[in-house]
Design a binder for this molecule. Sequence first.
Ligand code: ADP
Ligand code: MG
Length: 691
Amino acid sequence: MKLYTKVSQLNRVGGVLERNLKRLQIRTVEDLLYYYPFRYEDYSKIIDIKDLVEGQEVTVRGKIEVIASKRSPRKRVVVTEAVVADSTDQLRIVWFGQPFIAKTLKVGDEVFFSGKTKTDMFGMQMVSPSYEKISKHGDTVHTARIVPMYPLTSGITQKQLRFLMTQAVRATEQIVDWLPEDIRDRVDVMNLSEAIKAIHFPESEEEFQHAERRLKFDELFVLQLRAEMIRQSIKSSRAPKLEFKEKEIKQFVETFPFELTKDQKVSAWEIFQDMETSEPMNRLLEGDVGSGKTVVAAMGLYSAVLNKHQGAIMAPTEILAKQHFETLKKVFGENLRIGILTRTECTILNFEFKSTSKAAQKREMLEHISKGDVDIMVGTHALLTHDVEFKNLGLVIVDEQHRFGVDQRKTIREKSGDTDTVPHFLSMTATPIPRSFALTLYGDLDLSIIKHMPQGRKPVQTRLVDPHNRNKAYTFIKDQVKKGRQVFVVCPLIEEKDTSTEKKSVMAEYEKLSKQIFPDLTISYLHGKMLSKEKDTVMQKFSDGEIDILVSTSVVEVGVDIPNASVMMIEGAERFGLAQLHQFRGRVGRSSHQSYCFLFTDSTTDKSKKRLKLFESTTDGFKLAEHDLELRGPGEVYGMAQSGMMHLRLATLSDKELIKLAREVSRGIDFEKYPDLYDKVGEWEDKVHLE
Ligand code: ADP
Ligand code: MG
């Protein structure tokens, strides 16, 4: 067995189990090994039956004296009862609905039973314990030890998964430790193969602690190394000094139909300060949707242009790029030459191309960019293709930077036209990441935060709607559409990564709304299985007001600006993280129209009701993100999954000591001395980008 051996080669894995494992992203032995338990039950102490106390989770070892199944008359369930004995006493054991047990366990078998004790009128008993026959070699998997509990999906049981793990851990010896020995010594962690083995089957609480510490360190260290890699490459290069021209910038700001907020002013000032030095700026501008980041970005771009340099701004999608283009058009008016280049757009403001064919126009565009005839370029990844060359790029702005990798950031830097310098770099994100966390995640970046919204916004009215009020909500929606507004309906993500289920829920909702509820309105849909061209077309139509109601999955979450939309209706709201719900809500309330967010949920648990109530009561994105971080962990928080936070599976924000240690060790590290570390970061990035 090798690490890359397919799980289908393992004992007792048939086609069905193989498919179910695939849903957990487990295809190989290695995938299995990196599928960690989410908790453990400590059954390591074997207790004499005579010493049992009610309500404890324990393991006993006993011989079966009697075992039989019968059908319970009232519950119509098979009840299996056994009496077991050790040298001290007897114990009754009961299982419900597991008729096969009476066939597996026989009188005379020596068995471990792990479970909870309970007393009834006949004395002590154990209900539905895990059990395991005592084997010749004495090793146990399910009982009489610290037992791993894995996150499951339907069709897989703990027992199955544990059984597979017992096979897989035999391959841990082949794991090559990527952490050099001197670093391992310095941070005092155990080696990787031992850690992986122990995380599944710890021999003791102490061993588990050591294993966990090692694996947490790995996760945090990769993040910090990546940050350090970027930091070093930036530090080693020079950027053009872009002088802060106070008079001109002031005049520019005076043309805005509003006052800048204090946070906008501070952020802009920090950006200007950075651009004035020859050390390349590498800053993250964080601010909730609608907080006014784009305006700050525009000020930075203007500063570059005033210094006779070009600027570029990139967005993760076509539609967002177009929106930036429109915004810049508004703020700069006729004064600057602004271009847009995406898959479908190739335009320079107030400029006519000589040629008529698309390909020739693109060639003209590229020429203008390289000659410096365009001041500011807006685009998608298309700006990264090899034929785009700038004359003298002074500032690059990337929106929702977590969607761009190190390589891409490097590429754009290399297009600056000047071989001696690299452009200043500003990332923007609407994901409200608490400062401490941002430093873990983006350790290479300086941080500017726009915390407060501009005055005078009407907060979106948010309501958790009772199921029996659903029709009222529909009537309300109809009324809004009659008033000329538009509506988003977001359907739940199904937990699995399989997008066909997403599609199903969207299509079902679309059918229902268009046929039964609103047959006279124009309704369209959007889901992950559509081609990006199709998605763009639908978004464009919605943006142009040709669609009243858009039924969609979470694809609408990022930055799309439809000021005329006034209702956001979210189905299965309990399935989304608060920060993500907040992103959805940010799609409305972007104009003077009062906007509304309706949440629907099928969940009746107190916990999810409480979360949704919190969401109802606050519009503070940072507060919501923090709440989610505490409750659900980083993998669940919107925006972090894409950033690779998903891969922080054991480490958390509260691992302050390890975060600090990882940062200390990575600071100033010599990558030439440790080429493996360099490779590891690349490997990690590949993995993250696959998603
Ligand atoms: P973000 O990019 O952070 O989502 P934008 O920069 O697109 O936010 O701004 C959202 C809207 O708010 C735009 O219409 C913009 O003109 C407006 N805006 C920006 N700053 C202010 C401000 N200080 N006061 C009032 N409105 C503002
Ligand atoms: Mg914006």
